[in-house]
Design a protein. Structure first.
Lengths: 104, 408
C-alpha cells in the first residue's frame, strides 16, 4: 500500500516537537527532530492509550504525558517503564513544504 | 549463590525484579508478595477498576514474562522475619529463602480510623480485591460516604458519580487536599466535584460511626448525621515497617535508608512507599513518598545499587491525579516554596510555579483538562532537578517556552 496522506505543513511543527494528526478514524503523531527531519508514529501510547502529541520531545525521544513512558520516535522502540510494547512507525516525506505520511 | 530476594510484589518490587534482569544479573531473583495476583499497577484501583465494565488487574508483567526472565514469583505468602546474620528470610508458609542482597519493598497500608463502631460496611482501598469489594456498592441509587478528602477519596467520589451512586466526602481539615496541593488548585477540584453532584463537607470532624451491617451512620461534629450504604476510609497510608524494625533496622517515618536506598545493613535495601530517604534535590531533606512513579524509579535504582552501582536517588517527586476530565500534576514539594508565579495555559489550565526565598524553582503544580499541563510540568521537573532559578516573568508568560529556559 502506498497511500501517502498529507498531514500538515512542514512549518506547523517546531523543531524538537510533535503534533497530532487524525485521519480516517485513526490518530497519529508527527515529529520534527532537532536536526529537522520528520517522523510519524501511532498517536497513542501503548501503555494506556494516551495521545503522545501532548508529551514532550527531547532529542529522539517522545515521552508520554501521562506516565512518562518513553519511545524513540524514529524507530518506535519502547525505552523504559511503564511501556514495554513498541510504537508503530510510518514512512514520512516532505514535499513542497507539506509533510506526508504513508499509512499502511 | 543465594541471589536477590525482594519482599513485596507491588510496583516497586516488580520493577526491581525486572530491572535486575535488564542489568544482566544472572543469579536467582525471587519476588515474594502476600497478594494472590501478579505485581500490578495500583493507580487504576480508584478509577478504571471501579468504572470499567469488566475490572481486571493491570499487571506490570505477565506470568510468561517472569518465567522467561527466570524471576520466581511467590504469591500469597508473607515474609515474617529476617535473620541478618544468616542472610535468610522466613516466610509465612514455613519455608526460608537465602539471600545475598535483600530489597524490602513492602509498601504502605491504609491508615486506620481510630474509632469504635466500624463494621463490614466500613472499608479501605489498597488492593485489587478491596477495589472489587467497593465496586459492588457503587451502583446507581447507592450512597457512599468517603471519609478523607485526599486523592483516593476524591478519585473514588468521581468514580461513584460516574456510576450513578451518591457520594459524600467528609474532610476534617478546613479544605480538601490540604497536604501538598495549593489552595488555588484544590478549589478547582472542589468546584468540579460539587458540579458533578458530590456533597463535600470540609472542616467536619466525625464524632461517631454506627454500622449495623445494613447501613452506616456517621455523626459529624456539628451533630448532622450522614447515612450511607458504604463508608470508604481514605485518611492516608502508613509504611509497612514491622519486618525491618524487628530485624533491628532503623525506622524513621518508614524504613530509614540513605540516598542509595541502603539501610545500615549493607546487604539490605528498602524502596518505595515503605522507606524514608534523603531527597538530594532539597539538600537531603528526609521524606517518604507514596507515589507510583517513585515506587517505579526507586525499584529500578535499588536494583542498580544491589548490583554495586552506588547511585544516589536524585529524582524530583512527581505525581498526578485524574478526576472527571481534570488532571492534576505536581512536580517537587510545594511546601519548599515561599512565593508562587502563575502561568495560564489554554482551556482554563494553569500552572503554579513555587519559588524558594533565593528564587530557585522548587515545585510546580498544574491543573487542567486532559493532559493540558503535562508537558510544562515535565519541563518544570527538569528545571527543578537542575536547581534553576528562572526569571518569574518568564515563568508567568505563556509566550516564553519553558524549554528555552531549560537551555539557559
Amino acid at each position: 500500500m502506498s497511500d501517502w496522506v498529507e498531514a500538515c505543513a512542514a512549518d506547523d511543527i517546531d523543531e524538537e516537537d510533535v503534533m497530532r494528526f487524525d485521519h480516517a478514524g485513526r490518530t497519529f503523531a508527527i515529529y520534527r527532530s532537532p536536526d529537522d527531519e520528520y517522523f510519524a508514529t501511532d498517536g497513542l501510547c501503548t501503555h494506556e492509550k494516551v495521545h503522545l502529541a501532548d508529551g514532550l520531545v527531547m532529542d529522539d525521544i517522545i515521552e508520554c504525558p501521562k506516565h512518562n513512558g518513553r519511545f524513540n520516535y524514529k524507530t518506535g522502540a519502547a525505552r523504559g517503564a511503564p511501556v514495554c510494547v513498541n510504537l508503530k512507525t510510518y514512512p514520512v516525506k516532505v514535499d513542497a513544504g507539506k509533510v506526508l505520511i504513508q499509512i499502511g | 549463590m543465594a541471589g536477590m530476594v525482594i519482599i513485596g510484589a507491588g510496583e516497586c518490587g516488580g520493577r526491581a525484579a525486572l530491572a535486575l534482569r535488564d542489568l544482566g544479573f544472572e543469579g536467582p531473583v525471587t519476588l515474594v508478595g502476600d497478594e494472590p495476583h501478579l505485581p500490578y499497577e495500583r493507580p487504576p484501583l480508584s478509577k478504571e477498576a471501579m468504572t470499567a465494565e469488566a475490572p481486571a488487574i493491570k499487571a506490570i508483567a505477565s506470568d510468561e514474562l517472569f518465567a522467561e526472565r527466570s524471576i520466581r514469583h511467590i504469591h500469597s505468602v508473607r515474609a515474617v522475619s529476617i535473620d541478618r546474620a544468616a542472610h535468610q528470610v522466613r516466610l509465612s508458609d514455613g519455608t526460608s529463602l537465602a539471600y545475598d542482597r535483600l530489597l524490602i519493598a513492602t509498601g504502605s497500608v491504609p491508615r486506620k480510623l481510630p474509632m469504635a463502631g466500624l463494621g463490614g460496611r466500613c472499608v479501605y482501598l489498597r488492593t485489587f480485591n478491596d477495589a472489587l469489594a467497593i465496586r459492588a456498592h457503587l451502583s446507581a441509587g447507592n450512597r457512599v460516604a468517603i471519609i478523607g478528602g485526599g486523592f483516593i477519596g476524591l478519585e473514588l467520589a468521581a468514580s461513584a458519580r460516574k456510576l450513578g451512586a451518591a457520594a459524600t466526602v467528609i474532610e476534617a481539615q478546613p479544605r480538601i487536599l490540604m497536604r501538598g496541593v495549593p489552595a488555588e488548585i484544590a478549589e478547582i477540584i472542589h468546584k468540579e466535584h460539587e458540579a458533578q453532584g458530590v456533597n463535600i463537607l470540609a472542616g467536619q470532624g466525625i464524632t461517631g460511626i454506627a454500622d449495623d451491617g445494613a447501613e452506616v451512620r456517621i455523626t459529624l461534629a456539628d451533630g448532622k448525621e450522614i447515612a450511607a450504604d458504604l463508608a470508604v476510609i481514605g485518611i492516608g497510608a502508613v509504611p509497612v515497617t514491622a519486618l525491618a524494625g524487628e530485624a533491628g533496622l532503623a525506622i524513621d517515618n518508614g524504613i530509614a535508608v540513605d540516598e542509595h536506598l541502603r539501610t545500615a545493613d549493607p546487604d539490605i535495601f528498602a524502596a518505595g512507599d515503605c522507606c524514608s530517604f534523603p531527597l538530594v534535590v532539597y539538600g537531603g531533606r528526609r521524606v517518604r513518598l507514596e507515589a507510583w512513579r517513585n515506587a517505579q524509579e526507586q525499584g529500578a535504582l535499588a536494583a542498580r545499587n544491589m548490583l554495586g552501582a552506588d547511585e544516589a536517588h536524585a529524582a524530583v517527586p512527581w505525581f498526578w491525579s485524574d478526576q472527571y476530565g481534570l488532571t492534576l500534576q505536581i512536580a517537587g514539594l510545594s511546601d519548599e516554596g515561599r512565593s508562587t508565579v502563575r502561568r495560564d495555559l489554554d482551556d482554563g489550565a494553569f500552572i503554579l510555579f513555587h519559588l524558594a526565598q533565593d528564587g530557585r524553582l522548587v515545585a510546580a503544580s498544574g491543573i487542567g483538562p486532559g493532559n493540558a499541563v503535562a508537558r510544562d510540568i515535565r519541563l518544570a521537573e527538569m528545571l527543578i532537578a537542575k536547581r534553576a532559578s528562572p526569571a518569574p516573568e518568564a515563568l508567568g508568560s505563556q509566550t516564553v517556552k519553558l524549554k528555552s529556559l531549560l537551555a539557559a
